[in-house]
Write a protein that binds this ligand. Structure first.
Ligand SMILES: CC(C)(COP(=O)(O)OP(=O)(O)OC[C@H]1O[C@@H](n2cnc3c(N)ncnc32)[C@H](O)[C@@H]1OP(=O)(O)O)[C@@H](O)C(=O)NCCC(=O)NCCS
Length: 73
């Protein structure tokens, strides 16, 4: 499971996007091939970070959350 938090005053400056690839390299090196996350449907910035990560992504929307699975392989 992966989760991100950027302090309020530094949000929207590209930090989340910049962290995605180097952070994903850690579980990849450890042999994991998938990261999963649950994102609130109205959390556009987080969904964009995942969508623009360059990894293959699947999304499943429920009434409450979007289940995201990122393929690291
Ligand atoms: C979600 C979060 C980690 C994203 O990190 P960030 O550094 O703010 O995001 P970035 O600046 O890299 O922006 C990512 C994308 O969202 C967009 N975005 C960022 N803030 C936005 C805002 N307030 N409104 C609209 N779009 C926004 C950016 O334009 C970018 O899209 P692009 O790549 O198409 O240009 C950060 O906002 C955060 O910590 N939020 C609170 C905690 C949270 O929700 N964590 C996720 C729980 S699953």
């Amino acid at each position: 499971m992966v989760a991100f938090a950027v302090v309020d005053e530094h949000q929207g400056q590209g930090i989340g996007a910049a962290l995605m690839r180097p952070l994903a390299a850690i579980p990849r090196r450890a042999g994991l091939n998938e990261l999963v996350a649950e994102v609130l449907p109205d959390n556009g910035p987080m969904l964009k970070v995942f969508e623009n990560s360059g990894f293959h992504l699947t999304r499943k929307r429920t009434s409450e959350v979007v289940h995201v699975a990122l393929s690291l392989s």
